[in-house]
Design a protein around this ligand. Structure first.
Ligand code: NAD
Ligand code: IPM
Ligand code: MN
Length: 361
């Protein structure tokens, strides 16, 4: 199969983890006789420095034509003082919005090999396997107005949704639950927010179409607590944009590191942008310390969701498991008797594993 992939390395550790993602895609292409072509474009701080804007036109155009997009990370202290509309993050928010990528799928799985890498007790973490379905192009991140007022004496952000925006993300979550363990937790703040009360109503309306899926509603504060006390009780969670952002970083603790969490930002037709959940990690950028596994697992999601390459995706996931089994890890993962390696070495272990398992000769 022929596929064209746009790479958006971005800032900080973004280029390091994007390189790992590309190497894994090349290894898969080699093993399964696919042709993957690549094109890199600027986004975020890198784009601000080169082109004076966080989301250049050529980047948008290339993404629109691509079969799939991979994004490393954006942002960093260098650009933190810029006004909101000029920040690197605006590039990421903009590309998600422009491409209509309303569903952000963030699977969180406690790998057996990493049970002891989490600061949580292994018996709490064991068996965790959940999917956060985060609404990505609406809610508090995009509502208008958003501005300083009265000479800086007041400020407003807006949490707004169109009914249709809630309906489509809720449907996506039900569909996801249907092919998993058929349990959906809708997370909101319906005891306070009107938007959450409407969200709850829509979940109730939609559930008649999915009689095979069990639904519960949970307030976001309680969900935050339960994620670290009884994570294995969750299957699929669906929630508003900012709630999903916060809960997913929290949930990463189950895996041992934020550097383990992949994500897919998709719309109905399967077009997708694949991005590790973590940021540009300025504290370790340029030191070859970044864990590439979140990016590599995002590549597995790309193969599965955008290309329908299920065997290839499983090969990537199996290679990651195998490398963890051999106790290789980057510094973010605390593994006793582990083999501490750099980010690039960890990526090459995964690549070697993919190529070594090649039985197609
Ligand atoms: P961060 O996710 O970049 O880092 C948080 C902590 O996790 C840091 O200690 C970092 O070293 C560690 N970490 C993150 N990814 C890692 C990896 N792959 N391997 C090892 N350790 C890893 O969050 P932050 O520090 O709050 O934000 C830094 C910048 O990144 C900000 O500008 C923020 O806006 C941006 N950001 C971007 C994205 C994105 O592009 N998708 C996501 C989150 C944050
Ligand atoms: C994420 C990030 C982004 C978000 C930022 C960088 C805009 O935190 O992808 O989780 O909040 O969506
Ligand atoms: Mn985030």
């Amino acid at each position: 199969m022929k596929k064209h992939i746009v790479l958006l390395p971005g800032d900080g550790i973004g280029p390091e983890v994007t390189k790992a993602a590309k190497q894994v895609l090349e290894a898969i292409a080699g093993r399964y006789q696919h042709t993957f072509t690549f094109e890199s474009h600027e986004i975020g701080g890198a784009a601000i420095d080169q082109q004076g804007t966080p989301l250049p036109e050529d980047t948008i155009e290339a993404c629109k034509k691509a079969d799939a997009i991979f994004l490393g990370a954006v942002g960093g202290p260098k650009w933190d003082q810029l006004p909101g509309h000029m920040r690197p993050e605006k590039g990421l928010l903009g590309i998600r919005k422009q491409l209509g990528l309303f569903a952000n799928l963030r699977p969180v799985q406690a790998f057996q090999q990493l049970l002891h890498a989490s600061p949580l007790k292994p018996e709490v973490v064991a068996g965790s396997d959940l999917l956060i379905v985060r609404e990505l192009t609406g809610g508090l991140y995009f509502g208008e107005p958003r501005e300083r007022r009265d000479n800086g004496q007041s400020v407003v952000d807006t949490l707004a949704y169109q009914r249709m925006e809630i309906e489509r993300i809720v449907e996506k979550a039900f569909e996801s639950a249907r092919v998993r363990r058929k349990h959906l937790t809708s997370v909101d703040k319906a005891n306070v927010l009107e938007s959450s009360r409407m969200w709850r109503e829509i979940v109730e309306e939609k559930k008649v179409d999915y009689p095979d899926v069990e639904v519960e509603h949970m307030l976001v504060d309680a969900a935050a607590m339960k994620l670290v006390t009884n994570p294995s009780s969750f299957d699929v969670l669906v929630t508003e944009n900012m709630f999903g952002d916060i809960l997913s970083d929290e949930a990463s603790v189950l895996t041992g590191s934020l550097g383990m969490l992949p994500s897919a930002s998709v719309r109905e037709d399967g077009v997708g942008l694949y991005e590790p959940v973590h940021g540009s990690a300025p504290d370790i950028a340029g030191e070859n310390k970044a864990n590439p596994l979140a990016s590599i697992l995002s590549v597995a999601m790309m193969l599965k969701h955008s290309f329908g390459m299920h065997e290839e995706a499983e090969t990537v996931e199996a290679a990651v498991q195998q490398v963890l089994q051999s106790r290789y890890h980057t510094q973010d993962l605390k593994i006793s008797n582990g083999v501490l390696v750099s980010g690039s070495v960890l990526a090459s272990k995964v690549v070697d594993q993919i190529s070594a398992n090649d039985t197609t000769e």
